[in-house]
Design a protein around this ligand. Structure first.
Ligand SMILES: *Cc1c(COP(=O)(O)O)cnc(C)c1O
Length: 379
């Protein structure tokens, strides 16, 4: 290929088209769009060499400051954060145990997890060699069910936050009973930023380790994550990851990603989240405004459901609806030009558009495309 082609748009050359993302910070659509200051930080880091250990330490200090934890670590996504939580609780700082993973013979290797909080990502605990011990029912867990399950093999109790997941009992209660038995609590808070208060909330509730995605609402590099918590456990996590050839080595982060995450996190804590929320509400209102007068649907901006990311435009279908199924409408929007991805479900089979990943102006396109598909399908 001639050198001239390098000036051409790489996406065009590869035949990749952009899509409109009304489905939030989901990995399958590219996660998030990094703000310019994040890209600039990564670019700067790319221009030369540095001592990686020094960078890890300084980045960890920024994470500690922003989360209120004793220590922090940049990880390869929250999924790597989960792997390292499990590894750290099983090995501590013991070099022989670190070397032994994923074989956990002779170690505390059980992680207690609630039946009501199972998500596919808990596989990442198992990837470190841990065995999951499930407690409770789909509705929640009784305190005695935790204490009955704790044994001399218990490495940690996991607490998973995710939209629509049960939080019964609340984290603070689980922490109290775990600490009463000398067991650490590790938290998955991957998708819980924003709101920014959650950065410090789970640590303040007493969690020993907490992981967040760096590439969702924080808008750092898609492949980054934040791990924070007790100093001894974060040090153990660090020994279990790259640059060492330990269990976390396949989850390496590069210097550009570490610096990018730091820039994104610093931006995130300083952001005027109230103003951003109002901007999002305005975008969702625009979508809703496009959907007036269509029989059989009720379109509203939902600002008060913490399980929805941001304040989405939600489209409920009433018994008068005579058009296509919500999934067919969702599918046609995806196949259209431009391709528009929206969400479905939550309470039932409603459709929703979250503004958090819409780029300015896209709210009008989404409103128009939705109106077209809804009116075409109902006539
Ligand atoms: C997104 C998510 C993860 C994985 O986070 P990554 O940063 O993509 O690795 C883990 N757990 C939950 C609940 C999530 O929503």
């Amino acid at each position: 290929m001639s050198t001239q082609t390098s000036k051409e748009s790489i996406l065009k050359r590869m035949g990749i088209r952009r899509v409109i993302n009304g489905r939030s910070w989901v990995t399958i659509l590219g996660g998030s769009v990094m703000p310019p200051e994040v890209v600039e930080a990564m670019e700067e880091a790319s221009h030369g060499y540095l001592e990686l250990e020094d960078l890890y330490t300084k980045a960890g200090e920024v994470i500690a400051r922003c989360t209120g934890a004793e220590a922090g670590l940049v990880t390869a996504g929250a999924a790597a954060g989960l792997l390292l939580e499990a590894a750290a609780c099983m090995t501590g700082g013991d070099p022989a145990k670190i070397d032994q993973l994923p074989d956990t013979e002779g170690m505390k290797n059980e992680i207690i997890i609630q039946k009501s909080q199972r998500v596919g990502y808990d596989r990442c605990f198992r990837a470190a060699g841990a065995r999951l011990v499930e407690v409770g029912s789909p509705e929640g867990t009784e305190p005695h069910e935790f204490t009955d399950a704790i044994s001399e093999k218990t490495a940690a109790i996991a607490y998973i936050y995710s939209p629509w997941l049960k939080r019964n009992p609340p984290l603070r209660e689980v922490v109290d009973l775990a600490h009463g038995a000398g067991v650490p609590v590790v938290v998955d808070g991957s998708a819980m930023l924003p709101p920014a208060e959650n950065l410090t909330r789970y640590i303040a509730d007493g969690a020993d380790m907490v992981t967040f995605s760096g590439g969702k609402g924080v808008r750092g590099p898609q492949s980054t994550g934040i791990l924070c918590g007790r100093k001894d456990l974060i040090e153990a996590a660090r020994k279990n990851m790259s640059p060492y050839a330990s269990i976390g080595r396949p989850a390496k982060v590069c210097k550009e990603e570490i610096v990018g995450l730091v820039a994104a996190l610093e931006r995130f804590v300083e952001l005027d989240h109230g103003a951003e929320w109002e901007h999002w509400v305005g975008m969702s209102q625009t979508v809703v405004d496009h959907l007036r007068g269509i029989p059989g649907i009720r379109a509203v901006v939902e600002t008060d459901n913490p399980d929805r990311q941001g304040p989405p435009a939600v489209i409920y279908f009433t018994p008068e609806w005579r058009g296509s199924s919500p999934s067919e409408i969702q599918q046609r929007l995806t196949e259209g030009d431009p391709s528009v991805h929206i969400g479905r479900g939550g309470f039932g089979d409603e459709l929703w558009v979250t503004p958090v990943t819409l780029q300015d102006g896209e709210e009008t396109i989404v409103g128009q495309r939705l109106r077209e598909e809804l009116t075409n399908s109902a006539s």
